[in-house]
Structure formats: structure tokens, C-alpha cells
Design a protein around this ligand. Sequence first.
Ligand code: LLP
Length: 430
Amino acid sequence: MIESTSPLPWHVLPDNATIGNDGQLMIGGCDTLELAAEFGTPVFVYDEDHLRSRCREAVAAFGRNATYASKAFLCTSMAHLAHDEGMGIDVATGGELHVALAAGVPADAIVFHGNNKSIEELTAGLDVGVGRIVVDSDAELDRIDSLVANGARVPSVLLRVTPGVEAHTHDFISTGQDDSKFGFTVSTGAAARAVERASASRSVNLVGLHAHIGSQVFRAQSFAEALAVLGEFARPYELPELVIGGGLGVAYVEGEEAPTIAQWARILKEAAADAGITATLGIEPGRSIVAAAAITLYTVGTIKALPDIRTYVSVDGGMSDNPRPVLYGSGYEAFLPRSVAAPRPFAARIVGKHCESGDILVREGRLPDDVAVGDILATPVTGAYGHSMGSNYNKVLRPPVVFCSGGDARLVVRRETHDDLLLTDLGWEP
Ligand code: LLP
């Protein structure tokens, strides 16, 4: 039974979180209260060494076949860091491709995904020579045919197949089941037809298969089931590569526990061996690399106590920097970095500053009972799918991103300005 007054569970903080002399949270040797003062709030604070250590764990298990799924969190510093640690970079759009290339990631270390790549995106990928294109549909094979007929280079491709496996996660982030927009379905025969077409095609060089069953998956058995289906399906084709996607879950709240990347890798390798898979196995972790590396710092602006109902604590961000609670009902912890180890007896709903009631960051939050207006409040495990899924709703400015290591704080993405909001606006003419 979890004590309702329990302090923040330490395991949801980044690896290099420590307690400072005044009881305050330090990350990567940096005082989080000083970071809030220096960079303002809201701000994403990443433990850079945590990021590096997760990349190393993936590379230790899969070498160059460990590819970072950049949709989880992407800026040039992140792409550079992941590649520097030996990972490839998975991009899912022309935009992600552009940022990865701007980070200096060589094209042949880039894997290009997407269920609806446009001619322009495919052209960009072929022009720079991305290492792999993960082909998702017959329409995409048609588009590559026409580009190669017009002189584009022949890409090395993986075919994305849908193994018909339930990932046991939220419906919106479950992708391996038959009823999916992604990939060629194994059970209908579409996957087999696609392998035949691609093998015979002169406009693609088919090197393997790809499957991704879903995200925030805790149940290792789901990956093993997918590998069993893939092993059987792939056997006759003897293709050299098989990528099992990402999807490893992370612990967001008290009571959750997730396998480490190294444990996940062992499970995958065992399941692949059991399934008789001899192809080189690859992974594409996103969340498990970046989620727990970061916290978001906010400032408390108002506290509204409704006797016998609840207390609302409003902060200066919200669904524009973390839409996950609204989209998936995701849970988060909340705490006060000034006293990170304090008991949290005070029940409150932590909400943002957007103009709708659904703008909730922590539905059932717990805080120290001396929380006050002006306090810095934090939510941990916000390193994945927060910054990357952020928006400008209500013309709220996107927060900056700070990387901390060895006591140094480095601003890697600055805060948006009000003028940035007008960058694409062509102005009003009378
Ligand atoms: N590979 C492919 C082909 C993917 O589609 C994804 C995630 C990944 C790898 C990385 O999965 P990860 O290791 O991060 O679970 N916005 C949702 C998650 C969507 C994931 C989409 N695809 C969320 O906030 O939970």
C-alpha cells in the first residue's frame, strides 16, 4: 500500500539527481531552483549523462543496429548526442530528417519511417542517401518506382509488416494489431505479396523487415509474440535484417517498474533465437532513451481551494508542453524541487494555463502542504513526447531545453518569443 503522504519516489528522477545542501533537487550537478531563475519557467531540464548512458546501453546490446526514435525528443543537440554515442537516427517525416541532417548526422545513419511519405519527403531521403527507407505501403513502392525511373538512386529498404499482435498499451499508441494504418499485414497475405514485389523490383534493394508493435509496453511477452510471428513469416525469404521497433515502457509514477534497456535486449534476443531468427536484429527505442532523463520546471501561479471538492494548483505551462495526460490519460508525479524528499500529504490537481478544463498535467497530484504561489513545481519523466508534441495553443510560447552535466547547464533550445509567433504570419493588409 502506497503511503498517501509519501515523498517523490526517487526512481522517477534522472540518474544524476542528488539532493543539495538546502534539500533542493540537483540535476547533473546543477541546482534546479537556480536553473528556473536563470532560464525562466516552464523549462525542460535534461540530465545529459543519463541520455548518454541509455544510448550506450542500447549500443552495447545492438551496436549500429540501435537506432534512436527521434520523434520522442528531437533537437540538433539530441540527434548529435545519440549519433555520437553510436546510434542511428530514426526519422518519420521530412521535418525530422531536416533536423537530423542539420545536426550533422550522416545520411547513411538515418532510417526513414512514415506511413504516408510524400514524393517530396522520399525525394529528400533519396537525394541525401538515407541508410534505410522503411516502406509502409504499395503506394510508397509506386512512388519509389517513379522516382528511380526518373534517376533517383535505388534505396536499401525494409518493409514494415504488421504482425497481428496486441501490445497491451493505450489504443492510440498500439500499432502491431491487424486493425492498423501501419504497414503490410501478415495475416491477410499483404506482407507476403509486398516481399515478392520488393524482391523482384529493380527500384528497391530489399534488405529486411520491420515491425513496431506499440509504445509504453511493459509486457515483454508482447515482443516475444511479435518475434515468433515475424520469425515464421520471414523464414522463407532469408533476409539479412529484422528491426523490432521501439516501445519499451518506462515508469512514470509510484508503483510502476519497467525493464531496463539491457533486460529488454536480452528478452528480444532470446525470443528471436527461440523463433529461429538468424537475421541481424535491430531496435528503435525512443521513450526509454529520453523519458526519465528530464523533468519540467514550472512556477505555481494560483491556488484555488474548493472546500469538499478539490484544490487546483495552476502552473505556467500545461497541455502545450505536455499533452500526454489529455491525450492518453497519462499519469505523472509532482513535487517541489526546493524540498524534493519532503512528504507530500497535500492532494491537488495540477493544471495549466490554457483556456479549457481538460488542461490537466497531474490529475491526482500530491505535494508538500506548504506549497505556495511562486513555488517552483516539477513533474518528472517528461523527456519523451513532451517537447516533441508541444504546441502553441493559446499562443503560449514553447519552453526552452537545458542539458545539464557535471555542474554545467547548456541551453540547447531557447524559449520561443512573441515575435516567433509571427514568423509564418504574412500580416494583415487593409
Ligand atoms: N519505431 C517506430 C516505427 C515508432 O513508430 C515508434 C513510436 C518508435 C520506434 C519509438 O517508440 P518508443 O520507444 O518511444 O515507445 N506519443 C505517444 C507515443 C507514440 C509513439 C509512436 N511511435 C506517447 O506520448 O506515449
